[in-house]
Design a protein around this ligand. Structure first.
Ligand SMILES: [Zn+2]
Length: 132
């Protein structure tokens, strides 16, 4: 199935994702440094320059509430960047339908079409938690 994501559109989305990823890492790094614990200094450096490592995996056991808040967003962003690399970006992970460019613009980490997202949110609804 042909994608409606032209090279130019993909580049725009890729840039947004990269920017978001960088913002999240900057924020988390600042929080690690502010935690004022020796143990986090090394981690802050790795978050800043992760190479091929998953930042979400680095942070999953940190146990700082301020950092925990960001882990899910980082994980979603990493997953979207991975889909970009593997060429499955913009395709619903549940039903294979193309996700509209407008939706991706407002929500570049979207992994599902609107229909599947609603089903997913109903199935995994957590009171008081925004699903973005
Ligand atoms: Zn779908």
């Amino acid at each position: 199935m042909a994608s409606d994501l032209s090279g130019e559109r993909l580049a725009t989305l890729k840039q947004r994702l990269g920017q978001r990823y960088e913002e999240l890492r900057t924020e988390v790094r600042r929080e690690l440094l502010e935690a004022d614990s020796e143990g986090f200094l090394d981690l802050a450096g790795r978050v800043h320059d992760p190479g091929d490592e998953s930042v979400a995996d680095l942070l999953v056991d940190v146990g700082l509430a301020v950092v925990d808040r960001h882990v899910e967003a980082i994980r979603e962003t990493e997953a979207a960047l991975l889909r970009l690399r593997t060429g499955t970006y913009g395709t619903c992970v549940d039903c294979g339908t193309r996700i509209g460019y407008e939706r991706l613009l407002t929500e570049p980490t979207a992994a599902r079409c609107v229909t599947c997202q609603e089903v997913h949110e109903r199935a995994f609804a957590q009171p008081g938690r925004s699903t973005l």
